[in-house]
Design a protein around this ligand. Structure first.
Ligand SMILES: *[C@@H]1O[C@H](CO)[C@@H](O)[C@H](O)[C@H]1NC(C)=O
Ligand SMILES: *[C@@H]1O[C@H](CO)[C@@H](O)[C@H](O)[C@H]1NC(C)=O
Ligand SMILES: *[C@@H]1O[C@H](CO)[C@@H](O)[C@H](O)[C@H]1NC(C)=O
Ligand SMILES: *[C@@H]1O[C@H](CO)[C@@H](O)[C@H](O)[C@H]1NC(C)=O
Ligand SMILES: *[C@@H]1O[C@H](CO)[C@@H](O)[C@H](O)[C@H]1NC(C)=O
Length: 499
């Protein structure tokens, strides 16, 4: 009887939840992708493989683009003259496809912006968004750290003053196949994804991209990303280390990784989320205690008590933007005839401006995107075709340890107003690594303000918060995010006083 009652109320709650704010517009955005994925991952009898990540291929499997002549002319073809509605800039942009599997006909779309100045002396930085299934063009390039953001008219762009190409040559990749403009001619490829397949394809992409841009081969290379890219970034880094070792030479000159509001370790991440909800007055302390007690967060099957408690939490958090708990919602997804005056903090309706822009034929032409007339979908910020994710390791901590042993720079940052992969999750996940502290917790500064807080661990790993930023840190705290990435790339500590 008790079970029946709780199941019924669960059902009612679920029905209620499915009609609230986040879902009324019929497009999947980054704010839904991760939550939906986690529901699938922890569903009873989920077939998702949660074992530790290992590379699953050898050098022989790699296909290099050998013909140097066509490779170099391909680079010239990829040069973007000017994007529609773009303000004038003084750096080069490229966009195009790199084949990752010839027999399947699988190709990844990239967008590359060279540094605003001193491109020859600045490193190469790859940025990946998460999801799984979300596009690095949708978020990274056009709403976060790229040089442009889309205006509310959906057809013109404005400059992002704090773009990360002030610090590096920045490469954005839509991955895996089925995301954004990245496609496959084998239809099953775009439906089935997974961590291992993604790491393999990302590595193949990188090796072939470096053949097309050989001047970047010897440069210092860094990988960055947020959210579910907490899996992609370390898994690609691991694959690079593996192949460098196997070949006994530096195939890719990887120096470090930078991950933000990143999925690291399922149990601590999830417990930390409820800790954040309670400590930020979104749910009651009693409900948090119930969730921490009833839920295991380690196995697929949870008790009905756990499910009911979690759905009560959702009832409280669903009406707000959990990815930035203090941000306004988007109440009108319509474009405006004239661009609204852009502000430093991202407009909550920016997803819709970006969707309109990326689906314009003139924009796709200028970007050299969708050259094969992708039929199965229009361009979406998060894929609605990639529905079957086969493997997702429960933790990436062994990979972080591996990087520290191999002398890679590891930085983990956290926007402190994100409720989805909040600062409490990241702190708890780092805590279980039991690392000795090198530099104790202290505020870090930018322009006489506290930019956030940081603690450096021996070994070397840096943890840093970004004060006032949500899940997509550069969207909310652009200047602080640029300062953070500059210190990361320079390998210097965040400043403990203002000057
Ligand atoms: C996919 O098919 C189209 C049309 O046949 C072709 O032009 C394109 O080159 C193929 N893509 C790859 C990566 O082989
Ligand atoms: C790896 O390369 C170095 C020189 O670059 C050489 O001294 C060493 O013997 C090589 N190791 C193996 C296992 O081939
Ligand atoms: C958005 O545009 C549609 C179609 O033009 C219109 O019917 C609707 O009222 C608009 N919504 C708002 C909130 O202005
Ligand atoms: C590609 O272009 C075709 C029209 O030629 C369009 O129908 C389709 O939605 C586009 N696909 C993407 C992913 O943009
Ligand atoms: C997902 O893909 C796997 C691997 O190809 C397959 O075995 C499984 O049946 C698929 N599941 C669904 C729901 O399509």
């Amino acid at each position: 009887m008790e079970t029946f009652k709780s199941t019924t109320s669960l059902l009612l709650l679920t029905l209620f939840l499915s009609s609230t704010v986040t879902q009324i517009f019929g497009v999947k955005t980054q704010s839904e992708a991760l939550g939906q994925f986690y529901k699938a991952k922890f569903r009873h009898n989920s077939n998702i493989d949660k074992s530790h990540f290992t590379h699953d291929f050898d050098d022989q499997d790699l296909k290099y683009l050998h013909n140097k002549k066509t490779v170099v002319s391909q680079k010239e073809n990829d040069k973007i003259q000017k994007l529609p509605g773009q303000p004038r800039v003084r750096f080069e942009q490229y966009g195009g496809y790199v084949t990752v599997d010839e027999s399947a006909g699988r190709a990844f779309y990239y967008y590359f912006v060279e540094a605003q100045r001193s491109k020859d002396s600045l490193p190469l930085l790859l940025w990946l968004n998460g999801g799984p299934g979300c596009s690095s063009l949708a978020y990274g390039a056009f709403q976060e750290l790229g040089p442009f953001r889309v205006n509310s008219d959906g057809k013109t762009l404005h400059k992002n003053k704090f773009a990360w190409n002030h610090a590096a040559n920045v490469l954005f990749l839509e991955s895996p196949a089925g995301v954004g403009f990245s496609y496959s001619n084998t239809s099953s490829d775009v439906k089935i994804g997974g961590d291992r397949k993604t790491a393999k394809d990302n590595y193949q992409f990188l090796v072939n991209w470096l053949e097309r841009f050989p001047e970047y081969k010897d440069k210092d290379f860094y990988i960055s990303g947020e959210s579910y890219a907490g899996h992609y970034v370390p898994q690609l880094a691991h694959t690079i280390l593996y192949h460098n070792k196997k070949a006994n030479k530096t195939m890719v000159n990887l120096k470090g990784i930078l991950i933000g509001n990143a999925v690291i370790n399922d149990e601590t991440d999830t417990r930390g989320m409820y800790e954040y909800f309670a400590s930020h007055a979104l749910i009651s302390d009693e409900l948090e205690a119930q969730i921490q007690k009833q839920c295991k967060f380690t196995e697929s099957s949870e008790s009905d008590e756990c499910k009911l408690a979690r759905s009560k939490a959702e009832y409280n958090t669903d009406p707000i933007d959990i990815y930035n708990i203090y941000a306004p919602l988007c109440h009108n997804t319509n474009l405006t005839a004239k661009p609204k005056k852009p502000s430093l903090v991202i407009d909550p309706c920016s997803d819709y401006y970006t969707i309109a822009y990326m689906n314009r034929p003139d924009v796709q032409k200028a970007l050299h995107a969708n050259v094969t007339n992708i039929k199965y979908s229009n361009w979406q910020p998060c894929s609605d075709v990639l529905t079957n994710w086969t493997d997702s390791s429960s933790t990436i901590i062994p990979l972080l340890r591996e990087f520290m042993t191999n002398g890679l720079r590891v930085w983990i940052f956290s926007g402190d107003t994100d409720g989805r992969v909040p600062v409490t999750s990241t702190k708890n996940s780092i805590k279980i690594m039991k690392l000795p502290i090198k530099t104790a917790w202290h505020p870090w500064y930018l322009s006489a303000e506290v930019g956030g807080y940081t603690q450096v661990y021996k070994g070397d790993m840096t943890f840093a918060t970004v004060r006032g930023a949500g899940h997509q840190v550069p969207s909310y705290e652009a200047a602080r995010s640029l300062s953070l990435v500059m210190h990361f790339l320079a390998g210097t500590d965040l400043p403990d006083k203002h000057n």
